[in-house]
Design a protein around this ligand. Structure first.
Ligand code: SF4
Length: 273
């Protein structure tokens, strides 16, 4: 428990860790300076697919009996939500294509994938975890486990995280690269919230939204160790603490997200080409 004089200096959502180590300058723009990008339709499609799959899995847990058709309805409602704002210039997909892909993936997920899992929680709320990094810097890890489930396999308990995207599946397997810090944060938060250990590897369930809709899985080991480190090697939390202490957020013009489309700092950042 954190004493009152060490209130968190910084709150970091689990889902934003990967971005911090991709381009810290961009991360600072989004999370500290609150710059915003207009979301494209493909990103909204991802949100809609996750909404559909989540209502289905939650219904399996609480026995409310929702069907794959109900999940498809939730997906369409989220996709066509009038509050969504898109920038057509940024989209490489039309609304009818997005709906077709979303329906195919949600239906496939509900009938072929979800029944293989024994979930014990869906998008679980977690208790914030404060980590004292020294020098007066306290990092608070926080966040609902957006899009993630807790699964049981035999006696093991692990994270299963759904990731959608145009390249979420490659060569028949879910892409796991870059997801370790978020998964590690989820593992820390689960253990902190429940007092129970994570005892199994984590799994990414990838849903590919471009081309033929595909769903496949991939394994992530040692996500927690990536975050907290070992006796010999520091973890990412320690590196992040240095950035937070010094206020130095380094640019990375070689980031795959270094473009006007994905970086809200692009117009003022002088580090890119
Ligand atoms: S424009 Fe490129 S280098 Fe600059 S903040 Fe954005 S991603 Fe980083």
């Amino acid at each position: 428990m954190t004493p009152p004089e060490t209130l968190p200096s910084l709150t970091v959502r689990a889902s934003s860790w990967a971005g911090l180590f991709d381009c810290a300058y961009r991360w600072e723009g989004i999370h500290l300076l609150k710059l915003r990008n207009v979301v494209g339709l493909r990103a909204a499609l991802g949100t809609a697919i996750h909404a559909g799959t989540a209502v289905f899995d939650q219904s399996r847990l609480d026995g409310s009996g929702l069907t794959a058709d109900d999940a498809a309805g939730a997906m369409v409602d989220t996709l066509r939500d009038p509050e969504n704002e898109f920038d057509p210039a940024r989209d490489d997909i039309t609304m009818s294509e997005a709906e077709r892909v979303g329906l195919a993936l949600v239906s496939k997920y509900c009938t072929e994938v979800s029944p293989n899992y024994d979930f014990i929680a869906v998008e679980m709320e977690t208790k914030p975890l404060d980590i004292d990094c020294g020098g007066g810097v306290v990092v608070r890890l926080t966040g609902t486990m957006d899009r993630a489930r807790i699964r049981r396999l035999g006696k093991g308990v692990g994270i299963a995280d759904l990731k959608s995207g145009s390249a979420a599946v490659q060569k028949g397997a879910a892409v796991t690269k870059g997801h370790g810090p978020q998964i590690g944060t989820y593992e820390l938060l689960y253990e902190h919230t429940t007092g129970q250990p994570i005892t199994d590897d984590a799994e990414i369930i990838g849903l590919k939204t471009k081309g033929t809709p595909e769903i496949a899985t991939g394994t992530i080991r040692n996500g927690k160790r990536v975050m907290v480190g070992t006796d010999e090697h520091p973890g990412l939390i320690e590196f992040a603490a240095e950035m937070f202490k010094t206020g130095r957020f380094y640019p990375n013009p070689r980031s795959l997200l270094c473009s006007e489309k994905y970086c809200p700092r692009f117009s003022t950042c002088s580090f890119h080409d």
